[in-house]
Design a protein around this ligand. Structure first.
Ligand code: URA
Length: 186
């Protein structure tokens, strides 16, 4: 399946009740052959309105970290563990998560990135391990099925607690360095 086909399927999805309240499905953006794929939690209001992930305050902060380490949005792929906004930004429930996770799996299979970077603990819990502790394990590299997995703080956590920003910059620098090594750019 091509990414555009999967996008169309997602845009017509009615597998869970979030389809009743969404304005747009937030499928994902970036290079369809990216080496690095970032995966956040769920779309917020601005993402629901635009159909683009990470365009609100947290997203704008995230963009600064990409630029700081020499990356652009167009160089990477950015998606979320679920593709529709939960009303009032409540946590997605397990049924909603489960309904959407197959889409993310297929999206990852098609893009086939060398590295998956979870943005925040919810994504890390889903993708890396239910035992993942973001304060303890952020920036650690794991290898699974030939891919590198890692997680960084969610940009919203940095807005709430700016003391985490130094760790975020250090993690993002390590991620860029690792990706350059994996792709033979270094
Ligand atoms: N937070 C997320 O986890 N994802 C978005 O797309 C926006 C905010």
């Amino acid at each position: 399946m091509e990414l555009s086909e999967l996008k169309q399927i997602c845009e017509n999805c009615r597998k869970c009740s979030l389809c009743e309240t969404r304005t747009n499905v937030v499928f994902g953006v970036g290079d369809p052959h990216a080496d690095i794929m970032f995966v956040g939690e769920a779309p917020g209001e601005n993402e629901d309105l635009t159909g683009i992930p990470f365009v609100g305050r947290a997203g704008q902060l995230f963009d600064k970290y990409l630029i700081a380490v020499g990356l652009k949005r167009e160089d990477v792929y950015i998606a979320n563990t679920i593709k529709c906004r939960p009303p009032k930004n409540r946590d997605p429930n397990p049924e909603e998560q489960a309904a959407c996770l197959d889409y993310l799996r297929e999206q990852t299979r098609i893009i086939n990135p060398k590295m998956i970077v979870c943005l925040g603990r919810i994504s890390a819990y889903r993708i890396i391990s239910p035992d993942f502790k973001i304060t303890r394990d952020h920036g650690v590299f794991y290898e699974r099925k030939g891919k590198i997995l890692t997680a960084v703080y969610h940009p919203s956590a940095l807005l709430r607690d700016p003391r985490k920003k130094d760790d975020m910059l250090a993690d993002m620098m390590k991620i860029k360095e690792k990706a350059d090594m994996l792709t033979g750019k270094k």
